[in-house]
Design a protein around this ligand. Sequence first.
Ligand SMILES: *[C@@H]1O[C@H](CO)[C@@H](O)[C@H](O)[C@H]1NC(C)=O
Ligand SMILES: *[C@@H]1O[C@H](CO)[C@@H](O)[C@H](O)[C@H]1NC(C)=O
Ligand SMILES: *[C@@H]1O[C@H](CO)[C@@H](O)[C@H](O)[C@H]1NC(C)=O
Length: 546
Amino acid sequence: MFWRNNILAVLLLCCTWCLATSEEFHEALTFRPLQDGRLATRFTFTTLLRGAYPRDPSTLQEEDESQHYAIFPLALGQVLREYAVTELHLTLNAGKWDYDHWGYPDEPGVGTGAELWAWMGESAARSVDERWKGLRNALSGQFCASLGSLDEQRTTSPELTFRPEGSLPQWGTTHQLRHGTLPSEHVCTENLTPFLKLLPCKSLTGIASLLNPHRLFDADWHGLGVHVRYLENEGIEVRLSFQSVFDPVRYSNGRRDWSLRSVFDRVIDRSCPIAHSSEIRVAIPKEETAVAITPDSYTTHAGFVYFNVSNASKPLDISMSWPDEQKFEYATVSSAVPLTHVSVRRTLKGSSQSRGRLSVSITNHMPITIQTSYLESMPWLLQFYLHSLQIYSNGVSRDDLISIVSYIPSVPHVRPTLFQAILTLPPKSTLHLSMDVIKPFLRYTEHPPDAQRGWDLPPAVLVPLLHSNSSTLDPGLSNPPSGFEQLRLPRRMYTPVLLVDLATPDFSMPYNVIIMSCTLIALIFGMVFNLLTRKFTLIRVSPEPK
Ligand SMILES: *[C@@H]1O[C@H](CO)[C@@H](O)[C@H](O)[C@H]1NC(C)=O
Ligand SMILES: *[C@@H]1O[C@H](CO)[C@@H](O)[C@H](O)[C@H]1NC(C)=O
Ligand SMILES: *[C@@H]1O[C@H](CO)[C@@H](O)[C@H](O)[C@H]1NC(C)=O
């Protein structure tokens, strides 16, 4: 009796402790019909660990306090504490985000391939670089991605572009940024499975039950993200996101109508009981054509329709249709207005295998001057000749429009180039930047197995910096991207990746030699073996019996 009481008391204590540490889980799904008939979707699963602090790196030599989480993903929490990471962002994307037609993405990290960046406090016990290495390896194991090859040859600290999204605690030491991209790493089902394991309801109930890999990886663009940040006076927030761009016109003969069933091939049967809030938002397009949204148990606020998944009738299938539209008409080239303030194109010119010219053209669509930061973090596979940098605006050489913030040249086989600059874009004009580059020779062991394919080079990143009073000016866009408030926030823009063709030895020659000599050996061996093992017997042909 006494023991039973004791056990009960311990259980009760555990339960009260669980309730005392407040963890919150919010899930949301946003739909945004795009002007080219596509449909952008974004899942966000946010877990907030209230009152928690990131680990102070000066305590790294001591035993860490024990970790008890109810909702917060333990697998991720352990990695964060082991390497004392204050802020972490990992994105794995496939496809090219079309800024001109799709506008700014809801989650800014849309660069093709894998991108990992982290802010970590300095510590005498274990250096930032050592912990960055451990973090990469832990995350590649966690998410089944080849982040291990994000080594020193791809790591830079572009502090101008990748500012912390949360707060950095005051520990008396400074924080450092580590950033790396791997453009050839693609997202697939094996990355989604560990991602779903971090969710409290997995993919069984609630909004996460719509994450159907067969449909998500069929989308024109898709990518997942893991974002951890520390919010002062709040706690540690983990945001898991999955974005995709579907093409309903492709599924439903020429119409852009969609429903949860047609997009994900699933509906919501049960809500996630742990979620503090669970809602689906649909952006109402800013155009004249009438739209119909079912079911009608929604509330409308600021251009969005909100469905509360917790109390909606189940099974829940949301659909949106354009009843007056027989067939979706694509906008003509001249009437399609870019949805972003700035458009960027980056190309690598020249056909030689040793030299080339990197050319970037940036167009400012706004009637005001815009400043933008420009980042190139280039592996040593392409080396810049910075003295040959030329800047033209409307055909006139304008060296005054660039101010170089930092330039760290690459060292072959050791470290990448880091080039950060601030560009001034005159109103309604195009800035052309070009620079000579050389393509070095690689050691033959450094080539990938598919050497003839070439190398993917990471995207350049631009952050248009708008002044706070620019919102008073009409941007001249028919459909300004979702409110001016957000425009003041810095938004990253990624250029598409480049493919560079480096001098490649003829790897087929050794292959041919091997094939040829193997064939010869096989033939000779066959003949010799045949001669050695064949039994020669004398067969006497007797005269036919009479
Ligand atoms: C959603 O419904 C649940 C259950 O009725 C309710 O507790 C919650 O407040 C609702 N959320 C919103 C945002 O209205
Ligand atoms: C869900 O709850 C919200 C707020 O609690 C309420 O406004 C709405 O009508 C409810 N919806 C249904 C279908 O009960
Ligand atoms: C913002 O306003 C100030 C003062 O009104 C002005 O000097 C400045 O040029 C404005 N900036 C932009 C980008 O319009």
